[in-house]
Design a protein around this ligand. Structure first.
Ligand code: FES
Length: 103
């Protein structure tokens, strides 16, 4: 289990214990964290799992994710798709910032 901290735009924090191997998107949905839709089920085809990661992590953005992020509202250089980041021990304590909206 890996601790993730989801932070809403108003600063509200949701701390979850995520299963390693799940994606950040799945961890949010499985723990009823509002603000992540995950409409395509994690297939990198909807961008409704948009999050901001403001620290360096080992998971990098590939071309497919970059293309989907180009259609996400409010994308910044910190933007990632939660479905493309697998949960692992090295993410313990990761702070995941949520956008104001997913559409
Ligand atoms: S859940 Fe659809 S792109 Fe991540």
């Amino acid at each position: 289990m890996t601790k993730l901290v989801f932070i809403q735009p108003d600063g509200t924090e949701h701390v979850v214990e995520a299963d390693n191997g799940d994606s950040i998107m799945a961890a949010a949905i499985n723990n009823d964290v509002p603000g992540i839709d995950g409409d395509c089920g994690g297939n990198c085809a909807c961008a409704t799992c948009h999050v901001y990661i403001r620290q360096s992590i080992s998971s990098v953005v590939d071309e497919e994710e970059k293309t989907m992020l180009s259609i996400a509202d409010s994308a910044t250089p910190d933007s990632r798709l939660g479905c493309q980041i697998p949960v692992s021990d090295d993410l313990d304590g990761l702070r995941v910032y949520l956008p104001v909206a997913q559409h």
